[in-house]
Write a protein that binds this ligand. Structure first.
Ligand code: GLU
Length: 305
């Protein structure tokens, strides 16, 4: 396995030339393009990593997976899916178009509108209280590590995130958002700015490979049915308008983030995290996507074989 990961990182790294770091959040644009890290945690307790696996980066939209897990656990699927659908949007993550046509009801929790709505369901009135609740959940799936936010990335998104504010306002207008707009949007910005490494992220994803149980601690994190729902949403919507391409090339539930991370879950087998900050136009790590495709092929991980 180690030899496979080293070879994949060496081969995939060059693909970063085809992409660029996100620039619409200015603090992300300074990342080095040639970085590439991979980390694998298996359900039977083995870990492997290669390349820049211990470089911190911000979770960005990968946080949507964990926020959804936290809110599903707390509120149950009936309450959540009364407010948000479970269908792919086929649109970019920031799109406002469908939201107006569909009366403020987001297509799924993996696009920004859906994630802001899910964030509005976190307990607490203020963004600080919501974020604190989310962080407790996150630290529960990464025992022993104190997580923090990257203050530059948070400030940068806070200043420039007008589209996300617009999504929040539109949902508030339709009476769908469950808290004050600024609190939901700000808690969303904070959760996007949480810093992790590939090692952290692959560890955090293990319960999703284990039917909702963390195989290392033996603790049930979420119900089995919620785990199935999250994996299905990642598989159909996790890479936005590139979800079909990801299903075809990698064949696993996955979630991208514009910080350059991608989390992929092989149910019953392993959790894999990659990091490479150069993105394609749809907001996914170019080299990370390549690395996952190679890994999936080598280990025959695709669910669609
Ligand atoms: N914070 C980013 C945004 O809301 C997340 C997008 C992503 O990672 O895909 O625009």
């Amino acid at each position: 396995m180690q030899e496979i990961l080293d070879r994949i990182v060496a081969k995939a790294r060059g693909h970063a030339r085809r992409g660029r770091p996100a620039s619409y959040i200015p603090a992300l644009s300074r990342a080095r393009r040639d970085l590439l890290g991979v980390s694998v945690f298996t359900l039977d307790g083995r870990t492997y990593h290669a390349g820049d696996h211990d470089r911190p980066f911000t979770m960005q939209s990968i946080s949507k997976v964990f926020c959804l897990a936290c809110v599903l656990k707390l509120r149950g699927d009936r309450a959540v899916f009364a407010l948000v659908d479970r269908e792919p949007s086929g649109d970019p993550f920031y799109s406002l178009v469908l939201l107006e046509y569909e009366n403020g009801r987001p297509r799924n929790p993996m696009i920004n509108a859906g994630a802001i709505l899910i964030t509005s369901l976190l307990p607490g009135r203020t963004s600080a209280a919501k974020f604190a609740h989310y962080m407790r959940f996150l630290e529960g799936v990464l025992p022993g590590k104190k997580l923090d936010i990257d203050p530059r990335v948070y400030a940068s998104e806070f200043e420039t995130g007008q589209r996300n504010r617009a999504l929040g306002c539109l949902m508030k207008h339709f009476g769908v958002l469950q808290s004050a707009t600024e609190d939901a949007v700000d808690a969303y910005f904070r959760q996007c700015s949480v810093r992790v490494t590939c090692d952290d992220l692959a560890r955090m994803g293990l319960f999703l490979a284990g039917r909702g149980v963390d195989p290392i601690t033996g603790r049930r994190v979420i119900a089995e049915g919620h785990c199935k729902t999250i994996n299905a949403l990642m598989a159909t919507c996790g890479l936005y308008d590139a979800s079909g391409d990801f299903a075809h090339r990698v064949g696993l539930p996955g979630k991208s983030g514009v910080g350059g991370g991608i989390l992929a879950i092989a149910p019953g087998k392993m959790s894999v995290a990659v990091y490479g900050p150069a993105l394609d136009p749809k907001g996914s790590s170019v080299a990370g996507f390549e690395a996952l495709e190679m890994l999936s092929q080598e280990l025959e991980l695709s669910l669609y074989l």
